[in-house]
Design a protein around this ligand. Structure first.
Ligand code: GLU
Length: 454
């Protein structure tokens, strides 16, 4: 059995940022890949931001993306509590260990961690004062992603603040030790903290975990990492925008990792099987909403029609396209036509509204374009009796009747199609035309066409 224990250690902020979600996902994937444990630890030391609402957003986001945790809030585990705010006794115990080892001292009301090495003073331009520095041996981090990183800490640092609250570096390391964490997979922004962390691991006499610092996610265009204000940054908004969790998860897995081939759309078992450190990119990745949308569209198109209908129905209802009790068979037959054509669930309502409501508006630009070749009203008036005469109103019979008519006029059947689509939907594009007529049904079609010719 695998000994791997990884953790996602968010500080709840009130939103679930895509960068955090990616860190969570990489940890989750690594745990599932190795058969290890995925631990969720809440670093809730910032009391102002640590509200029930912040936690809810986070847990819901995790669940939405299908990232289940083996230990943590709601599920418990042998290494709890899983909230830093509840681990004070453990921090006290570990602080005592450092004190006993002579590695702490008090200054200005705070408790400092004492580095080992020769001490000297130096004038600090920024602080405008002499400061004490230490020639500590450099810490070597064999980062699984970044490679070998060497860095020497130069100054002692605070581990417990004046107000008695322990500092991030200290609690983070104590938790990783006491939770038996074997691999720390986190954002590259923490790389600069890692030498402090390794100093602490060494002081406790504990072997540091394996580190994997994953590169940043850059915003769609321009320099800088994705901030919470950038479109696409918040996981909780994807559901509201009608994105599929599977597509979002697949896309986020590709933000900084790839299976070393061209594969993009992969089911989760495939990603779990292939996910490992060598596939993590060293360079930053850039958020690309188009790529995410394209993946999402692909997932939507491959979905069984029953699932698609189940997802679409509430969306169409809240967009005011259908009534609560709208006929399921009719909805499904409409969606069968639209599933392969609509881009996403967010534009589905506008894409198929006219199937359900006959007060659609005619797009005049489309009308003007058609009119360049022939008057659409005349074309419709000409084929109305043909459509009236079709006994079995399905795509094949419609095709046959319209073709026969076109032939008798020495015309091509396609000559009638744009006008027909325009008259029936007000639009220039949409699902396949004759199946669309069949779904609308003869009565609707004739009614709309008669209204169109006036
Ligand atoms: N609470 C830290 C953060 O949200 C966790 C850092 C870590 O993973 O070690 O960035």
């Amino acid at each position: 059995m695998s000994q791997v224990r990884v953790r996602f250690a968010p500080s709840p902020t009130g939103f679930f940022h895509i960068g955090s979600a990616r860190t969570a996902l990489f940890n989750w994937l690594y745990a599932r890949h190795t058969g290890g444990k995925f631990i969720l630890r809440i670093e809730d030391t910032d009391k102002a931001r640590n509200t029930d609402e912040s936690l809810r957003v986070l847990l819901e986001g995790m669940s939405w993306m299908g990232m289940d945790w083996d230990e943590g809030p709601e599920v418990g585990g042998d290494y709890g509590p899983y909230f830093q705010s509840q681990r004070q006794a453990i921090y006290d115990e570990y602080l005592q260990k450092l004190k006993d080892a002579g590695r702490t001292y008090e200054k200005d009301g705070a408790i400092w961690f004492k580095l080992e090495g020769e001490r000297y003073t130096e004038y600090d331009d920024f602080k405008k004062a002499e400061v004490e520095k230490v020639k500590a041996a450099p810490v070597v981090i064999d980062d699984t992603v970044r490679g070998r990183v060497e860095r020497a800490e130069e100054m002692d640092f605070v581990i417990v603040r004046k107000d008695g609250n322990p500092v991030f570096h200290f609690v983070n390391v104590v938790d990783d030790i006491t939770m038996g964490i074997t691999h720390v997979i986190r954002g590259e922004d923490h790389l600069s903290n890692t030498s402090k962390h390794v100093e602490l691991f060494n002081a406790f006499g504990v072997k540091a975990p394996v580190f994997a610092h994953i590169p940043l996610i850059l915003k769609e265009s321009g320099p800088g990492k994705m901030s919470k204000r950038d479109k696409g940054a918040l996981i909780e908004e994807y559901a509201q925008r009608g994105f599929l969790a599977t597509a979002v998860r697949n896309y986020i897995a590709l933000l900084g990792w790839n299976p070393k081939d061209e594969r993009e759309k992969m089911d989760i078992d495939e990603i779990i099987e292939l996910f490992d450190f060598p596939g993590i990119n060293k360079g930053n990745s850039r958020f690309d909403e188009k790529k995410l949308s394209a993946l999402n569209t692909e997932y939507l198109r491959e979905m069984p029609i029953e699932t698609y209908t189940w997802l679409a129905r509430p969306i169409l209802h809240s967009a005011g396209v259908i009534e609560e009790d709208a006929d399921e068979d009719y909805i499904q037959s409409v969606l069968k036509l639209c599933q392969g054509k609509a881009r996403g669930l967010d534009d589905l309502a506008d894409f198929c509204r006219y199937f359900f409501q006959d007060d659609y508006t005619l797009d005049e630009k489309v009308g003007a374009k058609i009119a360049k070749k022939a008057d659409p009203k005349e074309l419709i008036a000409e084929i109305l009796p043909v459509l009236e005469g079709v006994a079995d109103f399905d795509a094949d019979h419609l095709q046959a009747s319209l073709e026969a008519h076109a032939e008798s006029k020495g015309a091509k059947v396609f000559a009638y199609f744009p006008a027909l689509r325009y008259a029936l939907s007000g639009q220039g594009g949409g699902p396949d035309l004759l199946p669309m007529l069949a779904v609308l049904g003869q009565e609707q079609v004739l009614g709309r066409l008669k209204r169109f010719v006036g």
